[in-house]
Design a protein around this ligand. Structure first.
Ligand code: SF4
Length: 335
């Protein structure tokens, strides 16, 4: 069964109960593709405006394909930050990764409009072995707009286990070759919950970040007893996510550890207790103070992202109840 988007009323109810338990003021409107979200006469810009009016700091994760339509109004609505994937500067590779649906020129136009509308834009790049020669070109753009580029490792999941070794690219040699020569300062960003980060502040402006996967905390419940703790690259509680089914959860691989948040609308103390029960020994106040709330407002996407040269989807959100366009024939064949 395909899920329906979160309703406007439910989004505000989630935000209200999160605020009432003292949750972090950072709220992320996340993937799938939030610019496709609608509820009657409401558009995603109305959601941003309503959340910002509650003194929440609203950011959005989008693939950027429709930003040329929405950028100016998002700027006026109070959006503080856009997070978008930018895995390559090669237009053919961009189309390939998007499953044949992405237009690179339109993407660049949209993110440039957002930047020029006063919205900060942070870029996420999954490093793909053999496809990183364009990193210097990307860094020039990052410096020009004083943006942030986060380098992500190809995440292991049970579904992509057979391809993982072929595509996994460690960040260290790339940082040594392309980023350190442009770096003015290195800062360690410490997190109470989730992983620490290394931030390379670029001499020309902007920065590059990597998450430190070797310091994942696995000594506390539920990670201590999790059968996937050696493969999983996620920090438990990096985000608190709510999906279109109103299911709240903490990590992609163990969604069964979550629960329906709708049971707690208007009951902030009960929600706080439920979070503490899931966390066990960890302190719920630490989670609330450092962890963003991430809302998957729609189960629909206009991209069908895949590992290049394969038909293997790589969207971490991909689930049976979500709706994606068909993956088009690969431009490259096997790589
Ligand atoms: S899958 Fe979740 S519970 Fe298991 S180790 Fe990873 S973050 Fe922890």
């Amino acid at each position: 069964m395909i899920l329906q988007p979160l309703s406007y009323a439910h989004i505000l109810a989630i935000a209200d109960v999160w605020r009432d338990i003292g949750g972090n003021t950072k709220v992320e409107i996340g993937a799938l593709e939030p610019l496709l979200w609608r509820d009657g006469q409401y558009r995603i810009t109305d959601v941003v405006r309503a959340l910002a009016e509650r003194d929440l700091v609203v950011s959005m994760t989008t693939n950027g394909q429709l930003l040329d339509i929405f950028a100016k109004e998002l700027g006026r609505s109070g959006l503080s930050l856009i997070r978008t994937s930018w895995h390559t500067t090669n237009p053919l590779m961009f189309k390939e990764i998007s499953g044949g649906h992405g237009e690179y020129g339109r993407f660049k136009r949209g993110v440039t409009m957002a930047l020029e509308s006063g919205i900060k834009v942070a870029f996420n790049r999954v490093l793909i072995k053999g496809h990183t020669e364009d990193l210097p070109e990307q860094l020039e753009f990052i410096e020009q707009y004083k943006s942030r580029l986060k380098l992500l490792m190809f995440l292991w999941t049970p579904q992509n286990a057979s391809l993982h070794e072929s595509f996994y690219q460690d960040w260290r040699p790339l940082v040594r070759a392309s980023i350190l020569p442009r770096t003015h300062e290195i800062v360690r960003v410490r997190k109470l919950v989730g992983r620490d980060r290394l931030r390379f502040v670029l001499a020309g402006g902007g920065c590059v970040e990597v998450k430190l996967g070797d310091r994942l905390k696995r000594n506390l419940h539920p990670c201590a007893t999790c059968s996937m703790k050696h493969e999983c690259k996620e920090g438990f509680g990096d985000y608190v996510r709510v999906d279109p089914n109103l299911h709240l959860y903490f990590c992609y691989l163990r969604q069964e550890l979550g629960f329906p948040i709708s049971e707690y609308f208007g009951r902030p103390q009960a929600l706080k207790q439920r979070l503490q029960d899931v966390l066990g020994d960890a302190n719920v106040e630490d989670l609330l103070s450092t962890t963003s709330l991430r809302l998957t407002v729609t189960p629909t996407c206009n991209f069908a992202c895949r590992i290049p040269g394969t038909s293997q989807g790589w969207c971490m959100e991909r689930r049976e109840e979500y709706r994606y366009p068909h993956i088009r024939t690969s431009l490259f064949g096997k790589v």
